[in-house]
Design a binder for this molecule. Structure first.
Ligand SMILES: Nc1ncnc2c1ncn2[C@@H]1O[C@H](COP(=O)(O)OP(=O)(O)OP(=O)(O)O)[C@@H](O)[C@H]1O
Ligand SMILES: [Mg+2]
Length: 382
């Protein structure tokens, strides 16, 4: 689809590759797509020049290893047949990648660029200065967990996503915006995950009144368990959300009922925040037969077709890729409080049973998915 379709040329790899092809053609290059190749995506020829083009569709900056890999390929026998290499990306180049490009000097056969709407902006063609360094990374990433309907799993998802980020090395603040204060009931003021030889990670719980960015200075991730009544969630927080998770249930009634509510919720969020990536995620997933799965997936994707076509930051997660499975551990999460009401422990449903823990695996997969799809790499950059 050409960029004129109204959808952004950076919306996915296929559109971006097509856009890059057109930009090369505009400059008089003949462009071919190689059969199947890991190392480059296009072959461009003009007069006696033949170049390999790596098209890198990313939601964050290019990092040095990605560039080094391409440079190494050009040194192999297969790469030597090209007398130039082009590395073209969507967003920009991180500090270490820029340093590598600088170290190649002016005689390099690799040109690195960013494909803009009408031209490729080259970084190292000698005529241009390097673009200014990227703006400083935000020091907190905000998540909102919404359903605008009770009982779908907001609190469960908010707390365990916090657990997944904590397991990956981030301190997390959980903000309880639900007047029911379920998070407080289940994990009190929070959880500390100690580490054997260094300082561990913490999940700190705040209610709306106690929440202040300064109170959670060392938390890089903030996850808000939102009130099911949309208007009750403070606008200042919704404005800050970088990512929203919207759990749903994967059965005919669930898809139908939540479909309408979720579409309204997306509109409500968009009135306040146009920037956030929104993810619909299936919770409480029970394995259907393959025929049922096929039917349910069809209806599920159709339910959000219109939003998907107009909102490139709306992601409807395929449950075959990532979902939160129904599990006894999640169903009975909270029993730890009942077991010892006078001195309740704080814990998540992340215990290994027989060496496995579905909730833990599923939430780590979910955190990875968001990172891949929405460029959460920024969390790790500083
Ligand atoms: N994946 C799952 N497997 C099994 N039980 C689950 C799962 N997810 C949620 N539950 C159960 O479903 C119930 C509702 O979950 P939860 O309280 O997280 O929903 P909620 O959207 O926060 O509800 P509310 O709007 O009332 O705050 C709980 O009893 C919880 O234990
Ligand atoms: Mg809740």
């Amino acid at each position: 689809m050409p960029p004129s379709s109204g959808l952004s040329f950076t919306q996915d790899f296929a559109h971006f590759q097509k856009h890059v092809t057109q930009l090369f053609q505009k400059e008089g290059w003949t462009v071919e797509t190689p059969q199947s190749n890991q190392a480059y995506d296009l072959i461009v020829t003009k007069e006696n020049q033949m170049g390999a083009v790596q098209v890198k569709w990313l939601k964050s900056s290019v990092q040095k290893p990605q560039l080094s890999k391409f440079a190494d390929f050009l040194e192999t026998n297969a790469g030597k047949k090209f007398n130039c290499g082009f590395f073209i990306t969507t967003q920009g180049y991180g500090g270490s990648a820029r340093a590598l490009i600088r170290s190649w000097g002016e005689d390099t056969k690799i040109l690195c660029g960013i494909a803009a709407k009408n031209e490729i902006i080259w970084l190292n063609d000698g005529d241009q200065d390097f673009p200014p360094p990227e703006p400083p990374k935000p020091d907190k990433i905000y998540f909102g967990v919404f359903t605008c309907k009770g009982g779908v799993g907001k609190t469960t998802v908010a707390a365990h996503l916090a657990g997944a980020f904590a397991l990956q090395g981030f301190n997390v603040a959980l903000v309880d915006l639900d007047p029911e204060r379920n998070l407080h009931k289940l994990i009190g003021d929070g959880i500390y995950l100690p580490k054997p030889k260094s300082v561990g990670e913490s999940i700190e719980v705040y209610d709306e009144r106690a929440w202040d960015e300064d109170a959670a200075r060392d938390c890089k991730v903030v996850i808000c368990d939102c009130s099911p009544v949309f208007e009750r969630n403070p606008k200042e927080l919704i404005e800050k959300f970088d990512y929203c998770l919207i759990p749903t249930t994967f059965n005919p009634l669930g898809i139908n009922k939540h479909g309408k509510i979720i579409r309204d919720t997306v509109n409500d969020i968009r009135r306040i925040n146009n920037r956030a990536h929104l993810f619909v995620v299936v919770n409480n997933f029970k394995h259907p037969t393959s025929r049922q799965m096929e039917l349910l997936k069809k209806v599920y994707f159709e339910t959000y077709e219109e939003i998907r076509a107009t909102d490139d930051k709306f992601h409807c997660i395929d449950p075959d890729e990532v979902c939160i499975r129904a599990s006894d551990q999640l169903y009975y999460w909270g029993i730890h409080v009942l077991e010892n009401p006078d001195n309740p422990r704080s814990e998540l449903a992340f215990k290994l049973i027989g060496g496995r823990c579905y909730p833990r695996d599923d939430f780590i997969d979910l955190a990875d998915y968001i990172e891949r799809e929405a460029g959460l790499g920024i969390l790790r950059a500083s």
